[in-house]
Each structure stands twice: as structure tokens, then as C-alpha cells.
Design a protein around this ligand. Structure first.
Ligand code: F6R
Length: 540
């Protein structure tokens, strides 16, 4: 299981070893209960409580390890999964899940317990996904599941195609670079699957969802998926004119928000396992909202919870820093906005016109990636300078404001350079105090969004305080600056091809991803597996 270390505990005649994911919230109380029974703890971890609690259950009430697991499930609070073995019995494992993922991999003459099918790529493609409270006992030849009430249960066998995972890095130095390069293909796949090639209209599989009547939308997600949600708000409000709230899942779930009756709740999650997003989804579903999930893993826990699921079709993303899944998210949200706009009266010809723009994306992205990946290109040269940077500020307006947040997140998570993203208009309200000759300010600006002049005035403020300026803009913007004599020797201009306004977030994603990637590789950090981060965050 991801990030899990085995812990052993011996009590009475029972010597058990446990591997655990997640958190046992009341572990201190359980520990206090176990101490008088002779448990001797070697660590301060919640994991260590599990083998002792199980051994104690076996001493006093449970006849089998599975019964002991059911008994401790009744006592533990939290969001977790664990697997336990008796020392000396290597042929039997018992596992359970409450919130955190756990599934059974069915092999030839061997069965497995894993939190993520990816761990078994190349070994098996057949999996049983456990439900909350299930307890499973596996031996090399048998799988027995009991549900949370201890009753025998059957779980469907799902086939998970992992051939893409097996392909490895395909000659790329890192998975992240491979995944950046896969983005044109991902966008093609999304457009092919979710648009009608003869009418050019969006055709997301939304089942019975009455789009025309949706009065309000909540989009809830974490991290990069949250930033995709912010881009989605822009599309949904601009194109479909529906009011949208976007929230980080950890805030949303604890705020007990009032829901608009008949509202649509959209969870966005690459993994479909993020604990906070899952909890928010469950909250919205219980409140009677129609729940729609955009996920890259249609077999995930969230997919089994939501009313409607749209597959992001990005195929497995292995690098911790999300790139191609983000691209799939914003493309899918753009299509959703258009489908909603059509349901609310936008003329089909106009909708089809927008889809036609989206269809140009794969070609635009391909040339952008090729051009910007050049080892001696502007981005690589800039990255060389950034190796020494201590702090960076990313600024953008309109649909590029969330891209500034995403650019800063990509940079900080893989290069470990402190980076913050802000809406440009916020600069004067605080961040400007940070500007000195050390600070790198990356400005994202499109020349045709009516806000370019304001960007220039932001740049002047940074320049006056000797900040290091990077301007990412289209050719017209770069020309406008050059013609007005405002490009100074220290300023780096990253030129992006002119694209229709709706495609700005996708086009700007590429240089932002590559700038972070180049900087991290030059600094020598672990690009695919950055420190302290996990690919799916199954605990709060
Ligand atoms: C950043 C990144 C994370 C995830 C976040 C949500 O590059 O990958 O911020 O976006 O942990 O994960 P999912 O989308 O799986 O819910």
C-alpha cells in the first residue's frame, strides 16, 4: 500500500504484522485502553495500535482474525485501510477498508491486496473493489469477503486495462515529460469521445441530468483539480451563464454549505480517491444534489458514489505532478459548459463554432510542446536562471488567473522553489511588498482579452522595484510591448501562439508545465516523485 510501513505487535499468544494507510483518529484512546492489557508500544504511530487491538480482540472475543478485524472496525474512528498477517502464517492475509482504498488483485495461483491496481500492472488485470467496512481474507487460492455486518458478500470482478502503465517512460527521461507530451492525444481522445463528429456538438454522457434546469453549480476538488475547477467556472459562467461556486474540498465539507435545490455538484478528481473530495461528494449526494464526477479512474471509490461519471480519458497518470489529467479536466469542463449553454438556448451553430475551436487544440498543443521543449529554447534558458531563484510570483487575469495558481503549484511541488499564484489585480493588495531584485514575477497575459494594458501597468510596477520579469504572452502582445519600447534587457518574453480566448488556459498550461519541469531537472530534484507528496491523497 502507498507510503505504508509494516508494524508488528504481540499480545498474549498473538503476534501480528500490519500494513496501514490512512488515519485512526482515536488511536490515543485505544492505546490507553490497551496498555493495562500488556501492550508495549515502540512508537507514537496510530498504525502500531492496530496489531495490539487485533491481538486483544483475539485474546478476549474474536475466534478468527477476520472477526477481530470486524471488532476493531467497530472501535476505530477515521479513514483507513489495513492488511494484517499472523506471524508464521505467510499463506493468509486479512484486509479491510473504511474510506481509504483497498482492492483484491486476482492472480494465477496468487491473490493480492493493494490500495491501487497500478501496483500490480503486469501481474494481473482482474480486481475486486472492496466496499466500506468489508473484511476480506485471502489465501493463494481463495478470497472470502464479509460486509460491514459480518455477512458473506460478493464483489464484482472488474478488468482494469493497465497496458498503458506497462509501456514505461517510452524513452522520455521522466513520466512527467512523457505525460506533458501525451496531452495532444488526450485532448483528441476527449473530443472524439464527447463530441458528435457530424453535428460538432458536445455529447458528454450525462444520462438523465436535466441540464437546462440547473440553477447553480458547485465545483469541488483539491490541488490542481481545484484549479481546473476555477477554469471550469470561467467557462460555465461565460458560456452557459450559470452561477458557479468553486471550493477546495477540505473547506467545503466542513462548512456545511447550504445547497440550492436542484443544484448540480461537480467533483473533479484525477484519482477518484482523494479523501476530502470523496467526503464532499458524499455530503452533496446525501443533501439531494445531482452529483457529477469528472475522473480519470472510472473504477474509483468516487466513481462508485457519484450519480453520473465522466471519464477524463487521460489514461494513467504516473508522475505525481498532474499535467495531462489537468488538460483533460479543463477540456471536459469546456465541453460541459458548451453542452449546458446549448441546453439553455445557445444556438447550435455557435456551440458548434466553439467545438470547432476546441478541435484545433491537439495541433496547437503539439507545436507548442515541440517548440517549447527545445533544449536551447527560451524556457530551458530561463529555467537555468531560475535554479537560483528563492521566490516566484505568478500573476494572471480572467481565465489565466487560475493558470497562475496552477503554474505556481507546478513550480513549487517539483522544484521546491517557493511560488505563489495571484490574480494580477490582487498584486497591489499585498504581494507587491515582496517585490525586490530577487523576486521572479511570471506574468500571464493574452493581448486580446481587453486587459493587456492593465498587465503592462502591473509589469511597470514590478520593474520599478527591480523585480525579475517573465512575460508569457502571445505574438501580438510581445509585438505591442516591443513596439512601445517596453521590453527591457532583463525581461524574458515567452511567446505563445495566438489562440481563441477559450483556448488560453490550455495553451498557457504547456509553458507553465515545461518551465517547472526544466527548472526541477536542472536542480536535480525527483521530478516524478517529489518529496513529501503522494499521487493520491487518501487521508485528510
Ligand atoms: C498537483 C497534484 C495535486 C492533485 C490533488 C488532487 O500536481 O497533482 O494537487 O491535483 O491532490 O488529486 P485528485 O485529482 O486525484 O483528486
Amino acid at each position: 500500500m502507498a507510503n505504508a510501513h509494516p508494524h508488528s505487535g504481540k499480545l498474549g499468544g498473538h503476534n501480528l504484522t500490519v500494513v496501514h494507510n490512512g488515519i485512526i483518529e482515536n488511536f490515543a484512546a485505544i492505546k490507553a485502553e490497551l496498555l493495562p492489557h500488556g501492550a508495549t508500544f515502540m512508537s507514537e504511530t496510530d498504525t502500531e495500535v492496530i496489531p495490539f487491538a487485533l491481538a486483544n480482540a483475539l485474546e478476549h472475543s474474536a475466534k478468527t482474525l477476520a472477526q477481530a478485524v470486524h471488532a476493531v472496525n467497530g472501535k476505530f474512528h477515521g479513514h483507513y485501510a489495513f492488511v494484517v498477517m499472523k506471524q508464521g502464517d505467510a499463506t493468509r492475509m486479512v484486509g479491510t477498508r473504511r474510506g481509504a482504498p483497498l482492492c483484491v488483485g486476482l492472480g494465477e495461483g496468487a491473490n493480492y491486496l493493494v490500495s491501487d491496481p497500478l501496483a500490480l500492472a503486469g501481474i494481473t488485470s482482474r480486481f475486486m473493489y472492496l466496499e466500506d467496512g468489508d473484511v476480506v481474507v485471502i489465501t493463494p487460492k481463495t478470497v472470502e469477503i464479509t460486509d460491514e455486518n459480518g455477512k458473506p458478500a460478493k464483489r464484482a470482478v472488474k478488468v482494469v486495462d493497465q497496458s498503458a502503465d506497462m509501456a514505461g517512460k517510452m524513452g522520455y527521461r521522466h513520466f512527467m515529460l512523457k505525460e506533458i507530451n501525451e496531452q495532444p492525444a488526450v485532448v483528441s481522445r476527449v473530443l472524439q469521445a464527447h463530441t458528435n463528429s457530424s453535428t460538432m456538438l458536445p455529447a458528454l454522457p450525462l444520462g438523465k441530468l436535466a441540464l437546462g434546469k440547473v440553477p447553480f453549480i458547485n465545483i469541488v476538488a483539491c490541488g490542481t483539480a481545484y484549479y481546473a475547477g476555477l477554469v471550469g467556472k470561467y467557462y460555465l459562467e461565460q458560456l452557459a451563464r450559470v452561477p458557479v461556486n468553486v471550493d477546495v474540498a477540505s473547506e467545503f465539507r466542513y462548512r456545511n454549505p447550504p445547497y440550492v435545490p436542484g443544484g448540480l455538484f461537480i467533483a473533479v478528481s484525477q484519482s477518484g480517491e482523494t479523501a476530502d473530495t470523496l467526503a464532499a461528494l458524499q455530503h452533496a449526494k446525501a443533501a439531494g444534489q445531482h452529483t457529477l464526477l469528472l475522473t480519470n479512474v472510472p473504477t474509483s471509490t468516487m466513481a462508485r458514489t457519484a450519480d453520473t461519471v465522466v471519464n477524463l480519458l487521460a489514461e494513467r497518470e504516473i508522475a505525481v505532478a498532474s499535467t495531462k489529467a489537468f488538460m483533460a479536466m479543463i477540456t471536459t469542463l469546456a465541453l460541459l459548459a458548451l453542452q449546458l449553454a446549448q441546453a439553455r438556448g445557445m444556438a447550435s451553430a455557435d456551440v458548434a463554432g466553439h467545438v470547432a475551436h476546441l478541435r484545433t487544440l491537439p495541433t496547437i498543443l503539439t507545436s507548442l510542446i515541440t517548440e517549447m521543449s527545445h533544449e536551447k529554447g527560451t524556457l530551458a534558458q530561463l529555467a537555468e536562471r531560475l535554479q537560483e531563484a528563492k521566490s516566484m510570483l505568478y500573476l494572471g487575469r480572467g481565465s489565466l488567473a487560475p493558470m497562475a495558481l496552477e503554474g505556481a503549484l507546478k513550480m513549487k511541488e517539483i522544484s521546491y522553489i517557493h511560488s505563489e499564484g495571484y490574480a494580477s489585480g490582487e498584486m497591489k493588495h499585498g504581494p507587491i511588498a515582496l517585490v525586490d531584485k530577487e523576486l521572479v514575477v511570471v506574468n500571464l497575459a493574452a493581448s486580446h482579452d481587453g486587459l493587456f494594458e492593465k498587465t503592462i501597468s502591473n509589469l511597470k510596477e514590478v520593474e520599478a522595484r527591480h523585480g525579475q520579469i517573465v512575460l508569457m504572452t502571445d505574438a501580438a502582445g510581445a509585438n505591442q510591448l516591443r513596439e512601445s519600447g517596453q521590453v527591457h534587457s532583463g525581461m524574458v518574453v515567452v511567446e505563445i501562439p495566438a489562440v481563441p480566448q477559450a483556448l488560453l488556459p490550455m495553451a498557457f498550461a504547456v509553458p507553465l508545465q515545461l518551465l517547472a519541469y526544466f527548472t526541477a531537472t536542472m536542480k536535480g530534484t525527483d521530478v516524478d516523485q517529489p518529496r513529501n507528496l503522494a499521487k493520491s491523497v487518501t487521508v485528510e
